[in-house]
Design a protein around this ligand. Sequence first.
Ligand code: ATP
Ligand code: MG
Length: 265
Amino acid sequence: MALSCSRLSVAYGRRKALSDFDLSLGRGEIRALIGPNGSGKSTALQALAGLIRPSAGHAEIDGRPIGSMPRREIARRLAFLPQQPSAPDEMRVGQLVRQGRFAHVGLFRSYAAHDEDAIRWALDSTGLTDFADRSLRELSGGERQRAWISAALAQEAQILLLDEPTSYLDIGYQIEVLDLIHRLSREKGVTIVLAIHDINQAMSICDRISLLEKGDLIFDGEPKALAESGLIEKVFRVKGRFVQIAPHAPPHFDVELARWTSHPA
Ligand SMILES: Nc1ncnc2c1ncn2[C@@H]1O[C@H](COP(=O)(O)OP(=O)(O)OP(=O)(O)O)[C@@H](O)[C@H]1O
Ligand SMILES: [Mg+2]
């Protein structure tokens, strides 16, 4: 397995945030982590990235426990985009993306042609080529998010962990980023886990979906099976139904908004 964990548990002090979490991804698979706020998605991604120590269980990359791998080796194999990444405001977009190559370049080697190609490709893929000299302070929320996606892409890792990568993006860039994720998986065999709130985007881009509720994994399977499970309405406490909008498309969750759509007489 390219990326896996079994019975992974994380606690913050005495509060359990993730319990007995299982995940197993083959090369090139795309997995969505969905679940309500506070259900453990970011915690799971951080544990998979080796950034927090689990209280039980462990994550593995290509069958090797991540806890036993040096940080730089992890960074060469796995890129992680946190939900709220931070960098100094004065940092320029180009510098941020360049930092993504650090694991490949190291302290004493200089950037080779391939590193420069990777940086150019990462900027171009997120529409930021003309933003390279702008500081992060001078960007909109969505542009900043694209800069961070770009930095993760520049790492050229075989595993990408993305925590709500499209949360600030307009619908055009949301689709562009999801399309890029899909192409990376299908054309380059990149293995991808993303936390995402848009159920329909998760249904359409992912091979499998993991649904978390209060730190428990309550569903792990294909989008169609999730649609049939009735869990979305229950877990998110909403009314809605899955509809088939095109013959070969995944089922589309149509949430009931009726309460707010009535107009004053
Ligand atoms: N550093 C921390 N210290 C203590 N508790 C934390 C910490 N980070 C998260 N938690 C708690 O752990 C639980 C899981 O949080 P997590 O951030 O993994 O949720 P999430 O599913 O990513 O939510 P969201 O959709 O809001 O991003 C929550 O109850 C949260 O309050
Ligand atoms: Mg989160």
